[in-house]
Design a protein around this ligand. Structure first.
Ligand code: GLU
Ligand code: ZN
Length: 494
């Protein structure tokens, strides 16, 4: 961590739909940047679009932040010196700022109708001229205004862009310049008085003294407009007067080299929660979408990320979202970054309803703890745990016909019968003794251990694959093992 600074970042999602991984990556880079610099991380809710925003989505966002472990310094749940942090509660501020921008001449009323705008846009296109707003209402005479109003037109408020280029140095992309003909005057308040994102976002950044704006590349085209607006806000005395630095995070590509969309199933944060990703592992993977901690290293904790994070090292090229890689990172975190106790605790939700197929009274924490270390090296996501240990808690092994057919070939009955005798005769019920018993049973039938143990595994667990067999049998106990082998033999001889 560098010395305390005035770095102030914000993460400012709109509460629409379910949280998605693109959003989480933006949150992560902002949070890590603030923490690395000893700065302040602000969480703000941009809910000025009543038609699209929902309370449900707002709650889901807060819940996601908690699950991911983001400890915002200021925000709707925490409060702070710039409260409220929900834009829907700041409408008076925006109306006031819009009025002052109009008074100062930084904005003007635009009376053009949608049809008129469309007509002129078409004409400009046909003539090969830039097709953005043409500035017509920059100079409306009092007579014209009276005439428009007599017609019943209600104006929008439009921001007046400066007539010179806007240049800024993007923290990821370097110096960028936007020519005025490509950045036309734009609407900031609707005809019905509702302020737009284009206004409220920079106004709050100015008032909340945001120093660094890190956000997705899809917002890059709005940056010159916003920079001009910050300057106008400084001119009318709104906010601290500075223009924040901008860094635009690379696009995330999904399947088929298309931009990952909110609608793609693999972009839903809930999917990762329900499957049992560790929040730290998911964040580790998402950090790799544009950043890397070091060459040949892709596993790290959030503390390690915070210590190393550098926005200047973010790659401007599109990143590729790779579910298999995300799973591999998660499996590595489970295997290498959790103690046995942490792993056992993390599995808890999947060992109970509604995830677990057994009844609460069938669950035996001691039996689980005995096998958990073996499972820890084998699961990719925590939800894998249920099928790995269900044989311990269900009265009977799961009925998996495919496994049965595979293991119970002709000859299985004979070796299973011999194994049953040897298991029943064991003086000590230990994994080692169990293994030896099944091995000798196999030898008597000319079978290697692998072939000999397959019918035993299916008889006892119902499946052809699973945790190491003999440790599993040891924990399950002699009575239950023998009863299951007997049941399988009965089925084979029926
Ligand atoms: N509410 C905006 C969004 O979700 C924030 C954009 C920004 O970071 O400036 O797209
Ligand atoms: Zn107009």
């Amino acid at each position: 961590m560098t010395s305390p600074s005035t770095v102030r970042v914000r993460f400012c999602p709109s509460p629409t739909g379910n949280p998605h991984v693109g959003l989480v990556r933006t949150a992560l880079f902002n949070w890590a940047y603030a923490r690395h610099h000893g700065g302040t991380a602000v969480f703000r809710i941009e809910d000025t679009d009543a038609a699209r925003d929902s309370e449900e989505s707002y709650t889901a966002l807060l819940d996601a932040m908690n699950w991911l472990g983001f400890d915002w310094d200021e925000g709707p749940a925490t409060g702070g010196p710039h409260a409220p942090y929900r834009q829907s509660q700041r409408m008076g501020i925006y109306a006031d700022v819009a009025a002052r921008l109009l008074d100062a001449g930084h904005a003007y009323h635009c009376y053009c109708t949608a049809e008129e705008l469309e007509e002129r846009r078409e004409a400009a296109r046909a003539a090969g001229r830039p097709s953005g707003y043409d500035g017509r209402c920059r100079t409306v005479t009092p007579e014209q205004r009276a005439a428009y109003e007599a017609e019943g037109r209600t104006p929008i408020v439009r921001f007046r862009m400066p007539d010179e280029p806007v240049t800024f140095t993007d923290l990821v992309r370097g110096e960028l310049t936007f020519a005025p003909e490509n950045v036309p005057d734009y609407g900031i308040v609707r005809a019905n008085g509702a302020p737009l994102y284009t206004l409220v976002n920079p106004v709050d950044d100015a008032l909340m003294e945001i120093t660094h704006v890190l956000r997705g590349e899809d917002l890059l085209s709005s940056t010159p407009r916003q920079i001009a607006l910050y300057r106008a806000l400084a001119d009318i005395g709104v906010g601290g007067g500075g223009v924040p630095a901008f860094g635009h995070l690379p696009y995330v590509m999904g399947q088929g080299n298309k931009k990952l969309s909110k609608r793609d199933p693999e972009s839903s944060l809930n999917l990762y929660r329900e499957r049992g990703f560790l929040p730290g592992a998911l964040l580790n993977y998402l950090a790799l979408l544009g950043w890397s901690i070091a060459e040949d290293r892709d596993i790290f904790s959030m503390d390690e990320m915070v210590a190393a994070f550098d926005i200047g090292a973010v790659n401007a090229n599109p990143a590729r979202f790779d579910l298999a890689k995300a799973e591999a990172v998660n499996a590595t975190h489970i295997r290498e970054r959790l103690t046995a106790e942490e792993f056992t605790a993390a599995c808890e939700p999947w060992l109970r309803a509604p995830y677990a197929p057994w009844k609460p009274e069938q669950y035996d924490p001691a039996a689980f703890a005995a096998l958990a270390p073996l499972a820890q090296t084998r699961v990719t996501v925590l939800s894998d745990i249920t099928e790995n240990v269900d044989f311990l808690f269900l009265d009977e092994p799961v009925a998996d016909e495919k496994s049965w057919q595979k293991a119970m070939k002709p000859g299985a009955e004979a070796v299973l019968g011999t194994a049953r005798e040897k298991l029943a005769a064991l003086p000590e019920w230990t994994a080692e003794a169990l293994k030896e018993a099944v091995q000798t049973a196999g030898e008597e039938h000319g079978l290697k251990l692998g072939k000999a143990q397959a019918p035993v595994r299916v008889a006892v667990t119902g499946r052809t694959v699973g945790l190491p067999l003999f440790e599993s049998l040891e924990v399950l106990g002699r009575d239950r093992v023998l009863a299951r082998v007997d049941a399988a033999l009965a089925r084979l001889t029926a």
